[in-house]
Design a binder for this molecule. Structure first.
Ligand SMILES: *Cc1c(COP(=O)(O)O)cnc(C)c1O
Length: 395
């Protein structure tokens, strides 16, 4: 099978050494070998978040994709209190949907997809209502918009509520400053900007907040964060059988990331995005949102006139390139180009050349189609005008 270049916001092309890591020896997850593996991953997650007071934070790793971590969060942190979900896109809506399953007192502030939040509106809401937890997506992947953690974290802190963040598609590409932005918990996954295989997710949080979870009644068995924390503390393990091979791969991905240096990794992803964005602007493509609001891992591009997103996607696929189509209200109107995982500068140039080729071909085909239709129309006009119509014109 051909190698596909995944220009998607996850899954990603994984590094070659991750393929070896996942095939490492068999170990038992109730033996010190796994305790060490989990401890190593946890320490590396704290480093990735550049936690300064390392003793005040912990991270639990969950077998399950990013949604599992989000569901663990939303089912565990509210108790029977009031939670406010902020949504400006598909993934904000999902947080709201998950929260409503577990928490009857879910509030929602919603703005249209791809629109920045109205900060005074949030502040006024927090003043007018007694809210215990505020949940927000950091990088709203449906539009590529990075939501501001600093200002919203400060407002949440001032209101006395707990701030929880879905960092599934930003962690590994952008800094989530837990301490600086007053974030109690942040969820993320193995298969986006961290660059490993899909199937694992994690929640990092302050010990204080993890401790408080014990007082809430459990709403799920498998995804109860308090249980994960208890097992971590008591046994340095997970409550149930973990997907150990994926843990090996995640450990390798984090090792590689830290070896490169967190800031260098962020800068490299940003530089790649800039290369892509410059190249796409040269093709006269327009972006959905302002570049200043974009996350460094993804560009959301408006579909140019006279071509369809399905055709762009299909033609790129024939060149072994995979992109994303917009969803929901963006369906048919945008396509998305990710720049995470193992993509070289050569791959970026190949992508831009291929995209140019595909767009020129599709636009030429569209022009041919118009040309093919036009003479027919002209023929119709030249047909003798029926007598009854002529009579109308004359009278
Ligand atoms: C991808 C994504 C998720 C869901 O992750 P899965 O791995 O598909 O479960 C949640 N939130 C955001 C912001 C995402 O981009």
């Amino acid at each position: 099978m051909d190698k596909f270049l995944l220009f998607t916001p996850g899954p990603v092309n994984v590094a070659e050494n991750l393929r070896y890591a996942i095939c490492r020896e068999d170990i038992c997850h109730r033996e010190p070998d796994f305790d060490d593996l989990l401890a190593s991953i946890e320490q590396k997650i704290l480093s990735l978040f550049q936690i300064r007071n390392r003793r005040a934070y912990r991270a639990v790793v969950i077998t399950g994709s990013g949604t599992a971590a989000n569901e663990a969060l939303l089912s565990s942190v509210v108790g029977d209190g009031e939670i406010l979900v902020l949504s400006n896109g598909e993934f904000g809506e999902r947080l709201n949907k998950i929260s409503r399953i577990h928490n009857s007192k879910t509030h929602l502030i919603e703005v249209p997809w791809g629109t920045p939040f109205d900060l005074p509106q949030i502040e006024a809401y927090l003043t007018a209502h007694k809210i215990d937890v505020v949940a927000m997506v950091h990088h709203e992947t449906c539009s590529g918009m990075l939501n501001p953690l600093g200002p919203i974290g400060a407002m949440v802190k001032a209101s006395g509520a707990t701030f929880v963040v879905d960092g599934v598609s930003s962690v590994g590409a952008e800094l989530v400053d837990m301490e600086g932005c007053n974030i109690a918990f942040c969820s993320s996954s193995s298969s986006k900007a961290i660059g490993s295989f899909p199937g694992l997710s994690f929640v990092i949080g302050s010990k204080n907040h993890f401790e408080k979870l014990k007082t809430h009644p459990a709403k799920t068995t498998y995804l109860n964060l308090a249980t994960f924390y208890e097992f971590l503390e008591k046994h340095s393990q997970t409550p149930n059988t973990p997907a150990v091979p994926l843990f090996f791969a995640l450990e390798q991905a984090l090792t590689d990331l830290l070896r490169e240096g967190v800031n260098k990794r962020f800068a490299r992803i940003m530089a790649r995005a800039e290369l892509l964005r410059i190249g796409m602007r040269r093709l006269n493509l327009e972006f959905l949102i302002d570049e200043a609001d974009m996350c460094s891992m993804l560009t959301t591009v408006r579909v140019p006139p006279s071509v369809s997103v399905r055709d762009i996607r299909e033609r790129l696929r024939q060149k072994s390139i995979i992109i994303y189509e917009g969803k929901g209200c963006f369906a048919g109107r945008v396509f998305q180009v990710g720049n995470i995982g193992e993509l070289s500068d050569h791959d970026i140039r190949y992508f831009l050349a291929s995209l140019k080729d595909v767009l020129l071909t599709l636009q030429a085909e569209a022009a041919d189609l118009v040309a093919a239709v036009r003479p027919k129309r002209a023929t119709v006009v030249r047909l003798p005008i029926p007598l009854h119509a002529l009579a109308k014109v004359v009278s």
